[in-house]
Design a binder for this molecule. Structure first.
Ligand SMILES: NC(=O)c1ccc[n+]([C@@H]2O[C@H](COP(=O)([O-])OP(=O)(O)OC[C@H]3O[C@@H](n4cnc5c(N)ncnc54)[C@H](O)[C@@H]3O)[C@@H](O)[C@H]2O)c1
Length: 277
């Protein structure tokens, strides 16, 4: 399978979950991939496993110097940049609306999941505008479309990612650069670890614990998998989607099409804040 032959991609949050699944998919489809993450051990291990098609770069996506260095490294090592997948994230700051504290956790939540998208798009767009092609993909969420699927700040940020994507797509279309985002439903990944195992006591993979819990949420009665999102990211990174821009793609097993009273509550609505990021 070679839908991404000769393409070079950056995947943020690529050391775990959806990002890791997308790294694997892109490599299988012939791409060269730079994994950008703060989890060095997992990132280095994935690079070692996948070989020369992959490079790991420690990157805090909320830090502009890190993101610029990431794009510079991609250009010097692989010579071009066709796709950036702004995907890094975590549950972030939580709490009832009248208790939300401003401070470090709040800033980190916005820094990783909104500023990280803005910075990834900024530094990738400089390259892509000049080369007259490129695909900017970001991970939003069903939480950015409906209430009740994530903490309030998380949901607001994910709605902002959808709006930001539409806005930049409008500017970038003139350069044949596309911008789209993906709205996953409940995907079995380690993002739920702080919620289900806050003290880090369990050795059972979080994804395995989450699969049965997430299955009831969707009209298609299974949990979403990282590969479901990776498949859409692959389409958006490939030339098959060359007429697709400004979209938010729901990969949610039909969740957003259910009537309100039929929807299962999203487990992310109880997600706790995380130190990650
Ligand atoms: N899993 C779901 O059900 C679900 C649903 C909707 C949206 N999402 C979104 O999908 C994206 C990926 O989440 P996931 O489920 O794969 O979780 P995950 O925890 O498996 O992966 C997230 C990755 O982001 C990395 N990361 C966190 N802060 C970072 C930073 N400052 N700089 C660089 N990397 C950082 C983490 O180290 C981790 O490797 C997130 O944006 C999340 O909000 C997930």
């Amino acid at each position: 399978m070679t839908r991404l032959t000769n393409k070079v991609a950056i995947i943020t949050g690529g050391a775990s979950g959806i990002g890791e699944g997308t790294v694997r998919k892109f490599v299988t489809e012939g791409a060269k991939v730079v994994i950008a993450d703060v989890q060095d051990e997992a990132g280095v291990a994935l690079q070692a496993e996948l070989g020369e098609s992959v490079l790991f770069q420690h990157t805090n996506v909320s830090d502009e110097a890190d993101v610029k260095a990431l794009v510079d490294l991609t250009m010097s090592h692989f010579g071009r940049l066709d796709t950036i997948f702004n995907n890094a994230g975590f549950g972030g700051v939580s709490g009832d609306v009248d208790t939300i504290e401003l401070g470090e956790a709040y800033d980190a939540t916005i820094g990783v999941m909104f500023t990280g998208v803005v910075l990834g798009a900024k530094h990738a767009a400089k390259i892509m505008k000049a080369q007259g092609s490129g695909s900017i993909i970001s991970t939003a969420s069903v939480a950015g479309i409906q209430g009740g699927y994530g903490p309030h700040v998380y949901s607001g940020i994910k709605a902002a990612v959808i709006g930001y994507t539409r806005s930049i797509a409008h500017e970038l279309a003139a350069f044949s650069v596309r911008a789209n985002c993906i709205c996953p439903g409940g995907i079995a990944t380690p993002i739920f670890k702080p919620m289900i195992d806050p003290d880090g006591q369990s050795n059972e993979p979080t994804a395995d614990i989450m699969r049965p819990l997430l299955a009831h949420m969707h009209p298609i009665k299974r949990s979403g998998e990282a590969s479901d999102i990776a498949n859409m990211a692959c389409f958006l990174a490939s030339d098959e989607s060359s007429f697709v821009t400004g979209q938010h793609m729901r990969i949610d097993g039909g969740l957003m099409d259910m009537r309100a009273g039929e929807r299962g509550a999203g487990p992310t609505s109880a997600a706790t804040s995380s130190d990650e990021g």
